[in-house]
Write a protein that binds this ligand. Structure first.
Ligand code: ADP
Length: 262
């Protein structure tokens, strides 16, 4: 399978000055439909990698290619969800979900005429993540886990080909987090969407990903890549097996090395 997302020898320096690069010589290739997880010490450039892959930042050196095209501006085929769900409190959950469609073409021009189709799409997504009938609630009437589910729906509403998740479960309790792992697992299986997940939770990375990339401390680059071949669909029970623990342990070793080298 050819690469769907490719970063080739990418260097990025914030501020345009002569400060130390955030990432340097960063190369990675992600296949179409693959679930990739990026792990690494805090500040190593994981979020920067996300911004480069989606065109929110341009690299100082190197190339970024997504879906066969060099990324030179923010790309539309991507959906994003972050640790903080950032829902607008004065809009209902449903209207928060519709927000990207008011911004991204071609949906923007079609929204008025096709409103009922888009609302049906939003409601189907809400049902998919266990929020059936919650569209009329305001975000502040939802729990943190429910808001994060809604935020996932919002990142998928324009049917992106690439889903970028930047520590989306970091602020949730362990139980809710594991529930949401299963939601993401099922969305990925059902839609065949390419996913890039940034996380510092190694269990999360191993449970969800087809491949885990470990980054070095700043300036970030890939220092290890681990294929995760547990059969799918994966059940949470696998996280308690010795095989699972051994992969997590191996990755922890890479992170420790990266931190010690810093
Ligand atoms: P991570 O996501 O791995 O924690 P980031 O990609 O957010 O790391 O940051 C990588 C490095 O770049 C850090 O040292 C951070 O302080 C710096 N950095 C991130 N964003 C900016 C910015 N907008 N301006 C200047 N420096 C930044």
């Amino acid at each position: 399978m050819s690469a769907f997302v490719e970063l080739h020898e990418v260097t990025h320096v914030y501020g345009g000055g002569e400060t130390a690069p955030a990432v340097d010589g960063l190369s990675l290739k992600i296949r179409e439909g693959e679930f990739a997880a990026i792990v690494g010490p805090s500040g190593c450039g994981k979020s920067t990698m996300m911004k480069l892959a989606t065109g929110l930042q341009r690299p100082r050196r190197g190339t970024v290619i997504v879906a066969g095209q060099e990324v030179t501006q923010p790309i539309k085929i991507t959906g994003m969800a972050f640790q903080n769900p950032v829902m607008l409190p004065w809009r209902t959950t449903l209207r928060n979900l519709l927000l990207p469609l008011e911004i991204v073409e071609p949906h923007r021009s079609r929204l008025r005429a096709n409103k009922s189709d888009y609302v049906a799409r939003a409601e189907a997504l809400l049902a998919k993540v266990g929020l059936e009938g919650m569209g009329q609630k305001f975000p502040w009437q939802l729990s943190g886990g429910m808001q994060q589910r809604a935020s996932l729906c919002r990142s998928l509403i324009h049917e992106p080909k690439l889903l970028m998740l930047d520590e989306p479960f970091g602020a949730l309790d362990a139980f809710t987090r594991e529930e949401l792992w299963c939601v993401i697992r099922d969305l990925h299986a059902e839609r065949g969407i390419t996913v890039i997940l940034v996380t510092h939770d190694l269990r999360e990375a191993v449970f969800l990903a087809d491949r885990v990339f470990c980054m070095s401390a700043r300036p970030g680059r890939i220092i290890a890549e681990r294929e995760i071949d547990f059969p799918r669909p994966r059940d949470l029970d696998i996280t308690y097996t010795p095989e699972f623990a051994s992969v997590v342990h191996e990755l922890r070793g890479h992170i420790r090395t990266a931190r010690e080298a810093a």
